[in-house]
Design a protein around this ligand. Structure first.
Ligand code: GDP
Ligand code: MG
Ligand code: ZN
Length: 439
C-alpha cells in the first residue's frame, strides 16, 4: 500500500502519476509519517546539517561531542513535511510552512520525507556508507565557495553510485557568500564533475541554506526527482538497525525497567506491535582468540513502535522507526546492535563469518587530492567492508582478479547478490576502493 494523500487527488495529472498508481487516503495515524529516506550527503562544512535544519526545523547535531567539534559524527534523522500553496505558482508555492509566505493562504501537505544527515568528515566514511544502505534518494550538497569537487563530494557521489541511488538533486549551497561570476564558474565545475556519473542528469539548484534562499525551488526539484518508491507491504519484513538504546534512567527499579529499544529503517514489508522478531547476527556468546567466536540471534517480541514522534501500530518503510522489545536493555545499550538485521523468525539470511564476493575496483582512489591508482586486492590484506548498514573488517584469505574470499572480524547477516562497499587503509584512513557482490 502506498501512502499518498488528498492533495494528489486534486492535483490530477501533476506529481501523482510518478508516485504510483495506488491511491490511498492518509489515515489520521499516517499523517506526518515519512514515506522515504533522503540522504543529505557532501563534503564536511558544505552545509548539510544547516540545510536539514532549514527544511525540517531540526538541528541533527545533538550529541555533546558533535556540538563541541562542530561536525556531525553519527547519522542524523529529521522529518520534513513538504507543502504547496494552492494560490501561488511554482516554485514560490513550495514550502515547509503551514501558511504561505507570499499570500498567507493555508498550504496543503504534499508528503513527509525523512532526511538522513551524513557526516562529511573524511574519517567518517563508514558512517556515510552505512547510511547509504537506507537512502531512497539523495541531495548532494556542494558549497559554491570552494573548488568542486572536494574529496568527500566525490567519495559520497561514488558511494551513491555503488548503492544504486540514482534519484539525486544537487544543491549548490552558500551562494550568499560568492559573486555571481564565482557562482557561475562553480556551476560549470559541478557540471563537469557529474558528467558521466549517476548524477549526470540531476538538477543543480543554487541555494543558501543559512539564509533560506531558493529553498522553494529545491523542494520542487526534490518533489520532481525523488519520487516515493512503490512499496509492496506484503513482502517479508526487514529492518536495518541504525541505533539501539537502553531508555531507562540509571537507578530505575528492576520491575519498572523498559525493554531494549532498537532504531532503524524498515527496508521492505511491515512490522506490527505483537510481532515475534529475530535480530541477526545477534550477540557474541563465546569468544575465541583465533576464530570469529560464536554468535546467536536474538528472539523477542515488539511491544511498541514509535515513528515521527508518535506511537503507531505498524512500522513501514521510510523514516527512523523505534521498536520497543522485551529484550534485556543491557543488550541494546549504546548502539550495541548497529548494523544488524531484523525480520520474522527464520526468514533472515544466514550469519556469515566468511564471505566470498566478486569485486569491481575503482580506477583510482577517491577521497584524496593526489591521483593514486587502486592496486589489486592481495591475499593477507585487511579491508573494511560495508554490508547493508553493517561495517566489519575482513582479512583476505584468497584473492584473484575478480573474486575475493575474506574472513570477517565480526559476522554479517547477508545473502547472495547483496552489494558491499570495499575500503582500504591508505595513509591514516580508510578509502573507498571498490564494490563487491556476494557470491
Ligand atoms: P555540514 O558539515 O555539511 O553539516 O555543514 P554545517 O551545516 O555544519 O555548516 C557548516 C558551516 O557553514 C556552518 O558554520 C554554517 O553556518 C555555514 N553555512 C551553512 N550553509 C550556509 C550558507 O548557505 N551560507 C553561508 N554563508 N554559510 C552557511
Ligand atoms: Mg553536519
Ligand atoms: Zn501563496
Amino acid at each position: 500500500m502506498l501512502l499518498t494523500n488528498f492533495k494528489n487527488e486534486e492535483e490530477g495529472e501533476g506529481r501523482q502519476g510518478e508516485r504510483g498508481k495506488e491511491k490511498v487516503m492518509k489515515t489520521a495515524e499516517a499523517e506526518g509519517i515519512p514515506e522515504l529516506n533522503i540522504g543529505m550527503v557532501g563534503h564536511v562544512d558544505h552545509g548539510k546539517t544547516t540545510l536539514v535544519k532549514a527544511l525540517s526545523g531540526v538541528w541533527t547535531d545533538r550529541h555533546s561531542e558533535e556540538i563541541k567539534r562542530g561536525i556531525s559524527i553519527r547519522l542524523g534523522y529529521a522529518d520534513a513535511t513538504f507543502r504547496r500553496c494552492p494560490n501561488c505558482e511554482p516554485p514560490e508555492c513550495f514550502t515547509v510552512r503551514e501558511k504561505c509566505e507570499h499570500c498567507h493562504s493555508l498550504t496543503n501537505v504534499l508528503r513527509t520525507v525523512s532526511f538522513v544527515d551524513s557526516p562529511g568528515h573524511e574519517t567518517l566514511m563508514a558512517v556515510m556508507l552505512s547510511g547509504a544502505a537506507i537512502m531512497d534518494g539523495a541531495v548532494l550538497l556542494i558549497a559554491a565557495s570552494e573548488p568542486c569537487p572536494q574529496p568527500q563530494t566525490e567519495e559520497h557521489l561514488i558511494a551513491l553510485q555503488m548503492r544504486g541511488i540514482k534519484n539525486i538533486v544537487i544543491a549548490q549551497n552558500k551562494i550568499d557568500i560568492v559573486t555571481k561570476e564565482q557562482a557561475l564558474s562553480n556551476y560549470e565545475q559541478i557540471c563537469d564533475f557529474v558528467e558521466g556519473t549517476i548524477a549526470e542528469n540531476a538538477p543543480i539548484i543554487p541555494i543558501s541554506a543559512q539564509r533560506n534562499i531558493n529553498i522553494d525551488a529545491l523542494i520542487q526539484a526534490i518533489e520532481e526527482n525523488i519520487p516515493t518508491p512503490e512499496r509492496d507491504l506484503s513482502k517479508t519484513p526487514r529492518m536495518f538497525v541504525a541505533r539501539s538504546f537502553d531508555v531507562n534512567k540509571p537507578g530505575t527499579p528492576i520491575r519498572n525497567l523498559r525493554g531494549g529499544v532498537i532504531g532503524g529503517s524498515v527496508i521492505q514489508g511491515k512490522f506490527k506491535v505483537g510481532d515475534e522478531i529475530e535480530i541477526r547476527p545477534g550477540i557474541l556468546v563465546r569468544k575465541s582468540a583465533k576464530k570469529a567466536g560464536e554468535w546467536t540471534p536474538l528472539l523477542t517480541e515488539i511491544t511498541s513502535i514509535m515513528t515521527a514522534g508518535k506511537q503507531v501500530k505498524e512500522a513501514t518503510p521510510g523514516g527512523l522507526v523505534g521498536i520497543g522489545t522485551k529484550l534485556d536493555p543491557a543488550l541494546t545499550k549504546g548502539d550495541a546492535l548497529i548494523g544488524q538485521l531484523v525480520g520474522k523468525p527464520d526468514t533472515l539470511p544466514p550469519t556469515l563469518h566468511r564471505i566470498n564476493f566478486e569485486v569491481q575496483l575503482l580506477e583510482r582512489v577517491v577521497g584524496i587530492s593526489e591521483k593514486m591508482r587502486v592496486e589489486p586486492i592481495k591475499t593477507g590484506e585487511m579491508l573494511m567492508l560495508s554490508v547493508g548498514t553493517a561495517t566489519t573488517l575482513g582479512v583476505v584469505e584468497h584473492a584473484s582478479k575478480d573474486t575475493v574470499e575474506a574472513r570477517l572480524s565480526r559476522p554479517v547477516c547477508a545473502e547472495v547478490g547483496d552489494t558491499l562497499a570495499i575500503s582500504r587503509r591508505i595513509g591514516a584512513r580508510w578509502h573507498l576502493i571498490g564494490s563487491g557482490n556476494l557470491k
